[in-house]
Every structure is written in structure tokens, then in C-alpha cells.
Design a binder for this molecule. Sequence first.
Ligand SMILES: [Zn+2]
Length: 153
Amino acid sequence: MQIQEMKGDIGEICKRLNVKVTWLKPTDLGVNCANAKAKVIKVREISNTGDYAAALHEIGHTQCDADHKPEPGEGSVLQECRAWQWAIDQRGPKFDSAAWGRIGNGLKKYLKKARIDEGSAPSQCKEIMKRVEEHSVYAAPTPASLVPAKKRS
Ligand SMILES: [Zn+2]
């Protein structure tokens, strides 16, 4: 997917769901966030598929957590899972390994914050992590014989 296509898609989804989106420019301070109840999101301008997945995730918060206050601990992880699951349900087939990578990093961050080991994460979280794993690209190290020898100067 092209950047413009991803940005247009987010715009269309927001319009359809009546979510107000504010785009953060690279020079703007602040991080992606959602006010679920007010259906307002702030997201970084899209420059890759990870940003695209992250923007969908914030929309997900407005669809899944409108009636929930932000929760601590495991509750926060479950809220994250719901918003990621929503994003996956909408556009999962369009995600590449970078988009899945963003999901994995996002969940790991929240698990760490909640002091929960990946092994004892809620099952919904484990399910998503499994899919992240399936989509991650294993970059095999280049055999030494294929690395061009350094030129002598
Ligand atoms: Zn979130």
C-alpha cells in the first residue's frame, strides 16, 4: 500500500465512524492517543505501514473502549488487545511484517508497564502475539562467504 492510500483509508474510516482525527507532524510533540468517549484521536502522520497499523489501533480504542476508563495492570493490556484486535479485524490482511512488528512492540511495551511476563499474558494477548510471530520475517545472517571482502585502501 502507498502512503497516500493508507492515509486516505484512515481518513475514510474515521469519517464513516464519526471519529475526529488530528495528524501529528514530525515536529509536533506528543504521542498517538485516543479519547475513546469523545471519539477523538491524535496520530502521527503516516510514513510507513507501522504508522498505519498504529492509527487503526487508535481508532480501535474509540470503538472498543468508549465505555471504559483507562485501567491499570492487566486491564490496560486487555484494552490494548481489544484495540489491536479491532485493527487486525479491519485491515489485518493488508498488514506487512513491519505493521505486525509494530503490534508486537506495542503489546510488549504494555506488558512491561503492567509487569506481566509474556508467558503469563492474558490469552487474548497471547493469540495476537502468536500472529505477530507468524508474520515476523526472520532475517537469516548472511554467510561470511557472501560478504564482500573489504577493499584495501
Ligand atoms: Zn492503545
